[in-house]
Design a binder for this molecule. Structure first.
Ligand SMILES: Cc1cc2nc3c(=O)[nH]c(=O)nc-3n(C[C@H](O)[C@H](O)[C@H](O)COP(=O)(O)O)c2cc1C
Length: 175
């Protein structure tokens, strides 16, 4: 059975809720990206915007397990200024050579999810296994839960089917 890690960055707690629900639905482990420099108040929000506009990579702290020890990683983070949140950009950029397959979950007010997934695809050099986005409203009213579960099940199915197919297709002794 596939071993999948959920890595989350959350500024105001919504992405954190999404990641926690996904982990409880699928029995997966969660790890958090944190800001090296806390973001507070208006200046904190301004930093979010500037990082997005200039695609900056802010300093982060990550004490979770090594992503390369997992079959896939689900990345959960907010959208800022129609772009991937800076701390997730930093995480993906510094680990791009050691990341297994990724799936992307964006959390947003209403716009920008596809840009975030596209940036992750560009950083890692290939398309995510799956990507989706939820609005803040969907998270708050709970209506996203079934779609989140479907995404988790699809990620698991994709990895489980690779695990079964690989030895048969690659090993000459299996023919
Ligand atoms: C600085 C900043 C910029 C944002 N820009 C966007 C945006 O461009 N599009 C959007 O849909 N939501 C935007 N949002 C809303 C967040 O994506 C949304 O509130 C999300 O749920 C926050 O996730 P979090 O609670 O995990 O930090 C922005 C929020 C902040 C703080």
């Amino acid at each position: 059975m596939s071993n999948i890690l959920v890595v989350v960055y959350s500024h105001t707690g919504t992405s954190q809720r999404v990641a926690e629900l996904l982990c409880s639905q699928q029995g997966w482990r969660m790890a958090e990206i944190r800001d090296a420099r806390p973001r507070r108040g208006v200046l904190g929000n301004l930093r979010c915007l500037v990082e997005s506009l200039f695609k900056l990579r802010p300093a982060i702290r990550y004490d979770g397990p090594l992503p390369r020890d997992f079959d896939a990683v689900v990345l959960v983070s907010p959208v800022w200024a129609l772009q991937l949140a800076g701390p997730m950009r930093s995480f993906v950029a510094t680990r791009r050579d050691h990341l297994p397959d990724v799936a992307v979950v964006s959390v947003m007010g209403g716009q920008g999810g596809p840009n975030a997934a596209a940036e992750i695809a560009q950083l890692v050099g290939h398309a995510p296994l799956l990507s989706t986005a939820f609005t803040l409203r969907e998270v708050e009213d709970g209506s996203y839960a079934a779609r989140l579960e479907a995404l988790g099940t699809a990620v698991k199915a994709a990895k489980d089917s690779q695990a079964v197919v690989r030895p048969v297709t690659l090993s000459p002794q299996a023919i």
